[in-house]
Each structure stands twice: as C-alpha cells, then as structure tokens.
Design a protein around this ligand. Structure first.
Ligand code: HSE
Length: 436
C-alpha cells in the first residue's frame, strides 16, 4: 500500500442533511480505500450546519461544527468547499466566494447550476479552479463524468432520461397498483421518497434542472431556464395510465434533449410521455433513474441506478472529492464544464415534433367524433387510432385518439379549437408519445 506522501486534503463541508451526513459517514467507512487510490487522506476540517442543536442519526464531531459559512471561506487551509446546503442565494455566494479564493468546489446543487451556472463557471475559469458536480444529476449514476469524459469523442445526438425518482415512484405505483395520484404521492412521502413539500419534484422542475445541465454539457452552451418547456405529473390520472396501457404504452416523466442537425437547435423539454411497453426505459420502475444517450460514435448507451438517497448521492460527492484531490495535486485534467459554444439556441417547444395521446371527454351523441376529427383535419393532424370505450358514463364519452407526428405548436392550436366545441366537457388531456 503506498504511504501518503502529502498532508491530508482539507475539506470544508457546508450542509449536514441527508447527503452531507452520508459524505461524512462514507469518507470514514472507506478511508483506507480512498487513501490507497488517491495517495492522500481526505479530511473534513469544518462542517457548517444551520442548527447545531438538531438531533441527528449521524452526529458531526462538535469540534468541527460551525454555523458560519464564512468560516469555510476564511480558513486558508481549506482547499475544497463542498456545497450541500441547497437553494440558490446563500449557495451562490458560498460557491462564488470559494472560487474567488482559489478553492475547488464540489456541489450537488442542480438548481444553482441550472440557474446560475453561467456566472459560476465564468468565475471558475477566470480563477483556474474547477467546480465538480457529479451529484447534481441522477444521484449515484456517474452521468456527468460519462458525458464530459467517457463520451468526449462523440457528437451527442440525444439524451432521454427518467431523472426524477419521486415522479417515477408515483407513476410506477399508479401503473402497477392502480393507485390514484394523491395516494401514490402520500405513499412516496410516507416512505421518505418524496419531500414534505414535493412541488419541485412533481411539477417537473427538479428534472428540468438536471436536463438543463445535461443539455449544456452535451451541446457546449448554457441552456436558459426560461427557454425550455416543463410539465410535471400533477395532471396525470390513473385513467390515462389505463388507456395508455390498453394501447401498449407506459407513462413516464421524461427529460428529452436532442440536437436538430439542420439548424443546430437544441430541443430540451420535460413532459409526461408515453413510451412503448417493450422499450427498455419502460421497465425502469420505482425510485430508479435511467438515462439513454446516443452518440454518433458510440451508438446507444444506457445508465441505470439510484437517482437519490444518502449513500448513492454521497458516492458521487466522494468521486468528485477524489477528482478534486487529484486536480489539486497536478492541476490538470477536466476542470469542470467550460462552455465551448458548439451548438445554437434552444428549439422553441412549439417546433418540436412527436406523436400524441389525446383524451377528450365529450357529449355522447351522433356527430361528435366527426367534429373532433374535423378540427384535427383542419390543422393537418393525422389520426393514428381512436378508441371510445363503452364502459364509462353514458352521457359523456371518453374519446382517446393517438395522433400522427405533428409540431407541438400545431397540436396546441388545434387543442384551443377543440376546447371551444360545445360537445367537449372537460379540459382535454394531451401527452406526447416518444419515439426513442
Ligand atoms: N428529489 C429528486 C428525485 C432527487 O426524486 O429524484 C434529487 O434531485
């Protein structure tokens, strides 16, 4: 076993929640292994917590605890700042302050990078010190390193990901146990898979932050948060899941990232989508995440694993710490994301094309189907199939249509016309059918 020839690397840890405590625990657990592999001890020198009196399953050593984030910046011995406090205000100041002092940063904060990554990576580049962020996307799956390093020789053609475990758990339970949305969400909360306030997960924005990071890495320039289309799973019903199933599809919340080679536009969107039951992503269930990446050289690759949780996410933080330690020894290798401006602007979602699932609750009387078909026909939208099950309310008929490839904008315009038909009784449900 090589003896460490350097003094321990001093780490300042901000945040001792689930992941922070996991980093502390697992650095202890695998201390010898890490020393052997890195040639240097990783030592936590200070831990900043919001409430030092809080009772925790894993208690931080009191001598290391502080409540001042500035302690991490002011201590010159700290070479690496690990930001696990979340949010985008204090976290931004901490990360920027650390970079400005030449410290290396490790963060798992997807919202921070998606919203303010452009500013932070500019500071990192100016100061020649990296930001590592493996834990920001898909928890324990090593997807950042894969895109930045392992697939460096590829033009990334597309990325399709199940990148929110909470939503995947809820949709899985709705599909497999027939739960409705509220009950599946309550179950996820009871099991600790969903936060007490699950808004960011179920409204699609947690997945959107991850999609923005993956799109930016894949295509070389920052994708602005206000230029992508995001829909969550709050309006997905058991009824639509059942209809999708009859048609041979499974409903998943997908992050879709795709390059349009003709004009170098980048399609980035998060939407509940139908995928064929036979597709490999359809069998990714429960809290698991999976990301399918197509590159022009490698072809199709799939990455599967735990997208959240104390141990998986801390595995990614520790991997970043190891990279940061090696970087500080040699000052070479990847320095985090450096925008290289390879491709152009995000594609407006109205120009994106797919097939669609459309459910319309309409008055059950002669001529209704013809009225609906006429609106779709007037907009040049083809119908692939129609079902009108007999087993529902006699006054109102559920009409389920599978629509041919069309732009989202065209379908949205047609939807506005359909809503105005007197025979249409409820807000129609539209989901995309993804060709993966
Ligand atoms: N809450 C996220 C999820 C994990 O459910 O996948 C952290 O982004």
């Amino acid at each position: 076993m090589p003896t460490p020839h350097q003094p321990p690397l001093q780490i300042g840890l901000a945040g001792f929640g689930n992941v922070g405590a996991g980093v502390f625990k697992n650095l202890e657990k695998n201390r010898d292994l890490l020393r052997q592999r890195i040639g240097r001890d990783l030592e936590i020198r200070r831990i900043v917590v919001r409430d030092p009196a809080k009772v925790r399953d894993i208690a931080p050593p009191q001598a290391l605890v502080s409540t001042r984030l500035e302690d991490l910046l002011e201590d010159e011995a700290i070479e690496i700042v690990v930001e696990l406090i979340g949010g985008t205000v204090q976290a931004f100041d901490l990360v920027k302050g650390a970079l400005e002092r030449g410290k290396t940063v490790v963060t798992g904060n997807k919202a921070l990078l998606a919203e303010r990554g452009r500013e932070l990576f500019a500071v990192a580049e100016a100061k020649k010190t990296p930001i590592y962020f493996e834990a920001a996307v898909a928890g324990g799956i090593p997807i950042i390193k894969t895109v930045q390093e392992s697939l460096v020789g590829n033009h990334i053609q597309s990325v399709a990901g199940i990148i929110n475990g909470t939503c995947n758990y809820i949709l899985t339970r709705m599909t497999e146990a027939g739960l409705d949305y509220r009950d599946a969400l309550a179950e996820a909360q009871q099991l600790g898979y969903a936060e007490a306030d699950p808004t960011l997960d179920v409204n699609g924005w947690d997945a959107a932050h991850k999609a923005i990071i993956l799109a930016s890495l894949s295509y070389g320039s920052w994708v602005p948060t206000d230029e992508i289309h995001v829909e969550g799973i709050e309006r997905v019903t058991r009824r639509d899941i059942d209809f999708a199933s009859r048609l041979g599809y499974i409903v998943k919340l997908l992050g879709i990232i795709r390059l349009h080679p003709a004009d170098s536009a980048i399609e980035v969107r998060v939407q509940p989508s139908l995928i064929p039951r036979s597709h490999i992503l359809a069998s990714v269930n429960g809290v698991y995440n999976a990301i399918l990446i197509r590159g022009d050289v490698v072809g199709e690759t799939l990455f599967y694993g735990s997208g959240a949780g104390q141990d998986p996410t801390s595995s990614s933080v520790i991997s970043d710490l190891a990279d940061a330690a090696l970087w500080r020894n040699n000052c070479e290798g990847h320095t985090g994301f450096v925008p290289h401006g390879l491709y152009g602007k995000p594609l407006p979602v109205d120009e994106s094309v797919s097939k669609y699932y459309l459910r319309i609750e309409a008055q059950d009387e002669p001529g209704v189907l013809a009225q609906i078909a006429r609106v779709l026909g007037d907009h040049g939208i083809g119908i692939l199939s129609v079902i009108q099950p007999e087993d529902f309310d006699h006054e109102v008929a559920a009409i389920v249509l599978m629509l041919h490839y069309a732009t989202f904008g065209t379908v949205r315009t047609a939807l506005a016309r359909l809503r105005e038909l007197p025979c249409v009784r409820e807000e129609p449900v539209l989901m995309r059918v993804e060709a993966l």
